[in-house]
Design a protein around this ligand. Sequence first.
Ligand code: MG
Length: 380
Amino acid sequence: MIDLRRYADREHLLLASYAMYSRETGGRLHDEQAHAYRGPFARDRDRILHSSAFRRLSGKMQVFTGEMGIYHRTRLTHTFEVASVARTMARVLRLNEDLTEALALVHDIGHPPFGHCGEDILSHCMNSVGGFSHNGFALVIVEQLEQRYAKFPGLNLSRETLAGQDVRAHKAEAAVGRSPMLEVQLVDAADSIAYDAHDVDDALQMGLLSIEELSELAVIRRALERTRGRHGLLPKAQLRQLLVHELIDLQVGDLLEQALEAVRPFEGQSTSSVSDAGLRLGHSEVIARERIELETFLFDAVYRHERLIPVRKAASDRLETLFNILVRDPSRMPLRFRQRAESHATQAVVGEYIAGMTDAFCDSQYRYAVESVSGPLADW
Ligand code: MG
């Protein structure tokens, strides 16, 4: 008898053969009993959602800082947008939605404060210990730094969720040979679709860009045509929002069309045979080309916009100063980081401590560190 309250039965009914099934999980590093009604990946999703690193995403900027208004995305709202886009695609492709959602929620959890400039300066400061990567740091957080359970450090996530994040940390290796699970690939695609679209939205709303300037780009003209076809002429604010909606919708539609075609020969085969065959999901040639054009444009027109440069420079300087103070005097770190520094390189631990901070927390600790000569800073 099929019982839809049982996740194994639901997966049996709903998922394609090449999805990742909960029953095939490689388990967790520390054995745990199966949950009565949540599958392993649903538990992973919940563990990530309830982690303190996840909550701190609300205080981390994506591209724009808090001094620039309250409209734009933070890492938290970006993460939810990625999860939403990825789940939509997973459902159409009959992949494992729970795993997809867990992977989406964890994907940016390792970001340091102050967005990309925070990552750049931290990587520079940590040069002697191999630099800094937010994708790698996400694994340190979920495997070591989160404190939720008495018996082990970290969140004890399933091997597949960890492997999915590990793929992100080793993107170059994952681009050839055996391909990552389809669920991992979807999150990657959703991440890129979501940030391009919301950077357009945020930049337009802040007046860093105009729709006229953007209309130089083929993918924007495509989205504008669809918007006008559906709604006719619109006031600017409404046009912006519908344009962003169409921009996401047309890319998701394109990726799904390509993906449905690509997975068809694998009907009846398992997730590992798809990986063995090296199947990689992607956009159609036309949309892929137009996306590159959009990203190149955004890089110059938004990320290097003159209004952002001084804000970034000041944030980088504060972060670097704080880093140097703590490397000179590691005893100013909170207790658990001082203990960690006994078995890890000082630069690495100082980097981890700073990377876990929100933007505002980093600023407050910076002020305390430069205004007082001693005394430990606060733990997050
Ligand atoms: Mg992201």
